[in-house]
Design a protein around this ligand. Sequence first.
Ligand code: GRF
Length: 198
Amino acid sequence: MNLPAKLAVFISGGGTNLQSLIDAIKAGRLSARIALVVSSRSDAYGLVRAENEKIETFIYKVKDFPSSDEAENHLLAVLEKYEIDYIALAGFLKMVPASIIRRYKDRITNIHPALLPKYGGKGMYGHYVHEAVLAAGDEESGATVHIVDEIYDHGLILKQGRVPVLSDDTPELLAERVLKMEHQIYPEALENLIRGNK
Ligand code: GRF
């Protein structure tokens, strides 16, 4: 594959991970170009980050299409139009259609705000993850970058970064600490993947 790799970043919210990828590319730490940002929400702040960088955006809402098959086919056609090599999920709260997971086998990554396989699976997102970590009394948490397969939070783990859980932590404080770690490891994990050093 020719470098820089063409990346699509899928978001649903604030897009701080998208920003960390943009910043890593600018700093020469990630051999990629973000050719497209796909958002499941039209009001995601991440879209503003994309527009600031003149990155093309696409709003993907299944309900805008007559059927989920048509939505899926359309998304696949958009990815092909932009000749996307890799897809990085960054806070994307929808399931990636199975046909896309098959088409981009081992080339879709996700970042999860816990040390998988702990605290993964359906319903384990956002503050729920950090609340569960605190409720369990764990001494550490962290972030995981993994390959996306057809099972939620399940694919091959590419990289993890650990952070301590502090005695006076709240879900918000822990989330902030984990998010910082996410911003560090996501570009590193993608760079390794793109360069074939998985
Ligand atoms: C991150 O915590 C990520 O782990 C999770 O969703 C959050 C997205 O944050 N999958 P942001 O939109 O990148 O700021």
